[in-house]
Write a protein of this length. Sequence first.
Length: 578
Amino acid sequence: MYVGLWKFSPIQTACLLGFVSFLGAGGLYLRRPAPTPKSSVSPWFKDVTEQVNLEFQRVPDLDPPYFMPSAMGAGSALFDYDNDGRLDIYLLQDGENDAKATNGLFHQEPDGRFTDVTSGSGLGITGGGMGVAVGDVNNDGLPDVLVCGYHNVRLFLNRGQGKFRDITQQVGIKNPYWATSAAFFDYDRDGRLDLVIVNYVDYVDKVCPDAAGRDDYCGPASFAGTASQLYHNISDLPKGSKNVRFTDVSLASGIGRVTGPGLGVTALDFDGDNWQDIFITQDAQSNRLWLNQHNGTFKDEALIRGIAVNSAGQPQANMGIALADLNASGLPSVYVTHLTEESNTLWMPGVPGIFEDRTTQTGLLTARRGTGFGTVMSDFNNDGFPDLALVNGRVQRTSTSSSLTTSADIGTHWSPYAETNQLFAGIRGGKFREITMNNVPFCGTPNIGRGLACGDIWNDGGMALLSTPLVGPARLYRDKVAGMGHWLEVRAIDPRQGGRDAYGTRITLKAGGRQQTSWINPAYSMGNSNDPRAHFGLGSTNRVDKLEVFWPDGKRETFSGIPTNRIVTLQRGKGHPQ
C-alpha cells in the first residue's frame, strides 16, 4: 500500500488502516509515524492467552438491537484472592442482567497457567456487569469483590478457599442505577475501606440514528445523568469480624447532589494534603474532582483546578483514567481517553493541586486517534520513565467501509466499530513517543477495546496487560521488552488492619539521583481493578537509597536497605518514623 510517498508492508498496512481518524465532515487524514529507534523495533508484548490457558469469550446480546448497555463493555480484576502470592483474574460479562453468560474466576497455578474455578466460587453470576472493584471491607486479610453494572451492584465477601458470598442487601448497599465503575478507599482515615460508585445515565431502551440515518447506539446526551454514590464503612471490625455495614452518605458528602454521565473513577490525594480525593470522568461533560474537606464532605473543584476540560475549554467524552508521576512532583499526572473525533488529554500538576493540559508538549497529540476506553501508565521496559497503553473501539459506527476493520472475532454487526490499540514509550522529561507500529501483538488487530488492566502477573518485574474487548476473547499480553532495566515492586500493609493492602499509600522512591512516586491503588483505567502494588522501573540503577512512605492517615515512615529486582512488603511501624 502507498500513502503519498510512503510504502507500507502488509502488516503495517493492517495497522495503519485501523488508525484512520475522522474529524466530522472533514474526512480522513493520515500522518506519517515518527521514526522509531532500532532498540524499540521488537514488540514489547506477546499474546500468551492460549499459552496460559485463559479461556473467556464475550458475545454481547443483540436482542434488543442497539441496546446501549451491550455496547459499553465490561472490565476485569487482577487480585490475589487466596493470598498465595500470585495474581488471579476475574472477568465480567456485560449487557442485560438476564443474560445467560457468566462471569469467570481464574486461579493462577504455580506454573503461571490459569485454571477456571468459577463453578462453586459464588462469583459466577450472569451478565449485566460493567465495572469491578476489589477491597478488603472487613479487614480480615482477604480481598472482597464488588461488581457494578446495569441496574445492579453486588458485594461479595471473600470467605476463603475460593468461596465468595453475596452480602449486598445485608450490608446496606443499594444502587438501582446504571453503575459503571467503583473504588474502595478510606476517605475519613478510620482504617476501614469506604466505597464510591459512579453511575452513568438514566437509560431507557431506544435507538438513535447516525449521520446517514441508520440505526445506531445512542450517546449520553439522549438521557439524563445520574448521581454518584458514596458509602461510609461503619463496620464493627475486631479481628475476624463478619459484621460488615455501610451507610449511604452520598447527599451529606455533597457527591450525591449533582448528576452526570459518570464513567471512570479513581481515589487518590490530588492536592498534596494527605487526604484521599475522588476524580470522576464524565461522558461529554466536564470531569469532576471531588476534594476531601476532612470533615466527611467533598467539594468539586475540577474547573478551578484546571482538570475539568481541555486547554480549549471544551468538555469531551471522558472515559478511561491512567495515572503516573511524570514530573517528579509526587502528585499524579492524569491521562483521560476520549472519542476518535476528539483528542485524549494529559493533565500535569504544576502548583500542588493545580493541573495544566500538557497533551501537545508531551507528544501525545497524535494523528492516530481512536475511541479510547481502558488505559494505563506503567513502566513496561523498566527504564525509569512510565509508558502508556490504551485500548480503542468506537461507540458509533465509522462512516467508511467496514472492510477496513474486519476481524474474525468481531463479526458483521460490530465490524464498523473496531479500531486498533495504541502504545507509547515514555522518555525523559515526562514525554512520550508512539511505538504502536512496532507492537503488532497488542496493536495490530482491530478490536472494540473496552477494559484494560495492568499488573505484574508473573512476579518477574514485567507489567502484563489484560484486555477485555467488547466482542471476542479476553487477551493476556506478557511484557517481553528486551534489555529491561532494574525494578522494584512494593506492597504496603498495615498489620492493624488485618494485613490488607493499605489503599491510598503514597510511596516515593529515591535512587540514582532521581525520585519517583507511585501509589497503592488498584482503581484506575475504566471499570477495572488492577495490581494494587506500586511498581518502579530503575533503568541501570541497581541500588535504592530509600523509600518514603506516606500512609493513608498522613503518617510518614522511611525504609532503607531495600534490594532491587524483587517484590518487597513494607509493614507499617517497621520503618523509621518521620
